[in-house]
Design a binder for this molecule. Structure first.
Ligand code: LIP
Length: 260
């Protein structure tokens, strides 16, 4: 598969950061048994990965701006391009030794996400998509699932963690969705939740109160795999609104009607 220069830049950066994360993930298992636990270690792993991504992307595309989960906003002279970077999406999974986490890099060009890469180094899954070029997992073309009966569908979701707002709202939404679909899945990494919809592993996904770096790359993957995406109000302001609802042309509107 011939990749564009941009996609080569993005995949090279996440592969380099992924090598360090994979090593650190291997060490988390040992730290689980320590009294202090791996908390501080995971934070350090997160920051190491972000440093690699920032250096590699800045070198390849000088002038682009950044929205980074750990370091915040870094303005660049090129105001039409912004990287949205989560060096470790699925932090809690990583902390608990659960191999469902990913590096997420999305490129926003003049307000539109035009390319996305999500890489899970634990299982060497490289999800890539570029506008108009399709979505791929390890060079295999992706399409969203074709299931149209909600009773056949497995739907991804995000459960607010302890201390996060929205528990009662989520319980109301989950009650409505659970009454219509086969089952729910809570992966714990929004970027991979979106990739799993793109890959047809799940039939839809919704979540509120997530960040641009969690979802920018995954939005491109779902769309390029033939899926539909709105925010949870039914609009197209996912990054600004901080919410997402996605699926194929039948499941997405049906799921939105249950959660909006
Ligand atoms: C996580 C998201 C997940 C959400 C968690 C958390 P993190 O990102 O990917 O979908 O439910 O609350 O925000 O913190 O692991 O980068």
């Amino acid at each position: 598969m011939i990749r564009s220069a941009l996609m080569n830049v993005m995949t090279a950066a996440v592969l380099k950061a992924g090598r360090g994360l994979k090593r650190d993930f291997g060490e988390v298992e040992q730290l689980q048994v320590s009294v202090k636990g791996p908390g501080d270690f995971v934070t350090a792993a997160d920051r190491r990965a972000e440093k690699v991504l920032f250096e590699e992307l800045s070198r390849a595309r000088p002038g682009y701006g950044f929205v980074l989960e750990e370091s915040g906003v870094v303005e660049g002279p090129d105001k039409s391009h912004t990287w949205h970077v989560d060096p470790l999406d699925g932090t809690t999974n990583f902390l608990h030794g659960i191999p469902v986490f990913g590096i997420s890099v999305g490129l926003e060009r003049e307000g539109q996400v035009v390319a996305g890469v999500v890489y899970n180094p634990a299982v060497d899954d490289m999800f890539i998509a570029e506008r108009g070029q399709g979505a791929y997992l390890n060079n295999r073309r992706l399409r969203v699932a074709a299931r149209r009966q909600l009773t056949d569908c497995v739907i991804g979701c995000g459960i607010p963690h302890l201390g996060k707002r929205g528990h009662d709202q989520w319980l109301d939404e989950a009650r409505r969705v659970m009454g219509k679909v086969s089952n729910l899945r809570r992966m714990g990494a929004a970027a991979l939740d979106l990739c799993y919809v793109a890959a047809g592993r799940t039939d839809g996904y919704w979540e509120r109160d997530i960040k641009t770096w969690d979802m920018a790359a995954g939005l491109c993957l779902v769309r390029e795999a033939g899926g539909f995406v709105t925010d949870c109000g039914g609009g197209s302001a996912m990054l600004e609104h901080g919410s997402v609802c996605c699926g194929n042309e039948v499941v997405q509107p049906a799921l939105l009607a249950l959660v909006r």
